[in-house]
Design a binder for this molecule. Structure first.
Ligand code: GDP
Ligand code: MG
Length: 163
């Protein structure tokens, strides 16, 4: 038995960095395939002894005619419906933004099982943003640094019961 984790959140918070860390080199093969959807990328993830499926919501970075909010809503709802649990990521250095609040609202309305992650959490510059993350009403944030591989032990603790 395994589970599916969807990484959601506004552009530039570090979703793909975490996806790459969890999936490793297998991602490159997927990316090289022409015609592969860029909106949702799925990979086989590993975190210590855990094996699971991870979905990266990647379509928000591309400019289209549709508003960012409309695309966010659709993509996030699709990801939530495919996943057993969502990792909702914010940028701890930027703090909570109005866009983050829209995401939190979508996730609350969808009754998704959410793990809140305050990424870019390395160093003191992230301290205030980590505290601010509590205001989203999604529980205690995990302090992560996807780039430096910090906080993955806390992520493990949250995911282990799902395996
Ligand atoms: P996405 O748009 O949410 O997928 O974000 P990306 O994974 O593309 O990352 C956006 C930028 O944030 C890139 O320049 C990353 O190198 C940077 N980034 C990602 N994770 C971290 C982190 O933990 N700390 C810092 N300082 N930068 C990070
Ligand atoms: Mg990305």
């Amino acid at each position: 038995m395994s589970f599916t984790l969807a990484i959601v959140g506004r552009p530039n918070v570090g979703k793909s960095t975490l996806f790459n860390r969890l999936v490793g080199k297998r991602l490159a093969l997927v990316d090289d395939q022409p015609g592969v959807t860029r909106d949702l990328r799925e990979g086989a993830a590993r975190l210590a002894d855990l094996r699971f499926t991870v979905i990266d919501t990647a379509g928000l970075e591309e400019a289209t005619d549709e508003s960012l909010q409309g695309r966010m809503r659709k993509l996030t709802e699709r990801a939530v419906d495919m996943a057993d649990v969502c990792l909702f990521m914010i940028d701890a250095r930027a703090g909570v933004t109005p866009t983050d609040e829209v995401f939190a609202e979508i996730l609350r309305k969808r009754s998704a099982h959410v793990i809140l992650a305050a990424n870019k959490g390395e160093g003191a510059a992230a301290d205030a943003g980590v505290i601010e993350a509590y205001s989203l009403g999604l529980g205690e944030p995990i302090r992560l640094s996807a780039e430096h591989g910090e906080g993955l032990n806390d992520l493990y603790t949250h995911l282990m019961p799902l395996a």
